[in-house]
Design a protein around this ligand. Sequence first.
Ligand code: FO1
Length: 321
Amino acid sequence: MRIVVLAGGIGGARFLRGLKAAVAPGDEITVIGNTGDDIHLFGLKVCPDLDTVMYTLGGGINEEQGWGRAAETWSVKEEMKAYGVGPDWFGLGDRDVATHVVRTQMLGAGYPLSAVTEALCARWQPGVRLIPMSDDRVETHILIDGEGGEGRRAVHFQEYWVRLHAGVPAHAIVPVGAEDAKPAPGVLEALAEADVILFPPSNPVVSIGTILSVPGIRAAVAGAAAPVVGLSPIVGGAPVRGMADKVLAAVGVESTADAVARHYGAELLDGWLVDTADAGAVAAVEAAGITCRAVPLLMTDPAATAAMARTALALAAEVRR
Ligand code: FO1
């Protein structure tokens, strides 16, 4: 079975670990990774969501953080601070820096991001095919209120997320460059040939939404022969992790399991899983033309995550187009 997953960072990576445990030998998982979180720092290109998937599935992730490397040291960060060269709010560990050096070197030599990602994954062996949503530069910016009452200003997603802790209202989410971006090689083919397409509990706006903003990808999902099943990132009216509610508000979507399903819409989704805490939302999702089931959705451990993945695959079989 060919399974295609549109994944962002931490939630998506954790779900993929369970999906790998749930599939049968011979099943192939292709991950279309969000690159809107990418940031250029100190002359290096950092791809947080691609790296979180690669490190999580390859066994190198810092487990409690959900990003960056395990057994990390911070000499480079300390030295940059000693030189007074910022920003100092985005923590690049020494081991992680090596990934960005290799990536930036290969990009500089003319390799597209998809080839670079394949090369980095040759070391990590994540057990999935990881393709960036695009080889073109797309960077999510957030429109916030200026300090001191001046007009609004756009900040890079990472500054909003990490320095500002999403603590100020987001008035707009702009995937800069998306309108000129093309799907990376293999993306549209994977979606066309998929037997199942999954939306994991990633951020619906800045992760899955950004992937869908690359021209051609939304239509490829909507027009795919494969059933599309999503898992709600919102449980009991709040995101399980991260700050998805802050960016959902920016696009006028309330933080409920059924509002997110309706945000994606029946033209994309055939099935939607909500947590048992949101069983009351099933009727509203079904009324929107999306088959809905209430099942445990907390990824408390690998076994629970594998069970979620199996339930998503079972629902896909039930709603097959
Ligand atoms: N998140 C933080 O909250 N603080 C950090 O200092 C930080 C550094 C960082 C470095 C590399 C990387 O790949 C991810 C990093 N993240 C950090 C997480 C990052 O903001 C998120 O993983 C995604 O962008 C959101 O999914």
